[in-house]
Design a protein around this ligand. Structure first.
Ligand code: DAT
Ligand code: MG
Length: 170
């Protein structure tokens, strides 16, 4: 958190801020999401839920970054195609913050295979193919920490306190 904000907060506010700002996740809108004009729709779902945007960038992904990001899938038959796809056109990389944001984001996103994803989820509403499933979300807190560090520098992560907080938390 930046120093200016720190000094402006009362002790109780700071404790509350720390309590609710613990968890972060890495979300990426893949090339298909960008090409299909779904950037606004997807971001809106995280905003409306009540999560806090911590960072966002629009970028072409290098092969090196794509391979590091999907390193756990290196030996899977779809790895080459996945890296090819993710590097083929721009993506939107984001960090979102909030209580339980990692698991909740996976629910907002839906199952990996869009045909199995529930209606109401992003993949359930907008996709039909596993190789064009629109969006990535970290699958666990440790994964999120690794992915955030891979995609963003410390300076790019913006700590701030939304004025909405008291209306979202008891
Ligand atoms: P998720 O993106 O839901 O975390 P994952 O980590 O298992 O899913 O796989 C990463 C991505 O790889 C996934 O979003 C789409 C692609 N993928 C996974 N399984 C696949 C398969 N059987 N065929 C083609 N692409 C696949
Ligand atoms: Mg995954």
């Amino acid at each position: 958190m930046d120093l200016q904000l720190y000094w402006l907060m009362t002790k109780d506010e700071f404790i509350k801020f720390e309590e609710i700002a613990l968890e972060r996740t890495f979300i990426a809108i893949k090339p298909d999401g960008v090409q299909r004009g779904l950037v606004g729709e997807i971001i809106q779902r995280f905003e409306r839920k009540g999560f806090t945007l911590v960072s966002l960038k629009f970028m072409k992904v290098s092969r090196e970054l794509a391979e590091k990001h999907y390193d756990v899938h290196r030996d899977r038959p779809f790895f080459a195609g996945l890296v090819e796809f993710i590097t083929s056109a721009p993506i939107v990389a984001m960090v979102w913050e909030g209580d339980g944001v990692v698991a909740a984001s996976r629910k907002i996103i839906g199952a990996t295979n869009p045909l199995a994803a529930e209606p109401g989820t992003i993949r359930g509403d907008f996709a039909i193919n596993i190789g064009r499933n629109l969006i990535h979300g970290s699958d666990a807190i440790e994964t999120a920490q690794r992915e955030i560090a891979l995609w963003f520098t410390e300076e790019e992560l913006v700590s701030w306190q939304p004025h909405l907080s008291p209306w979202l938390h008891e």
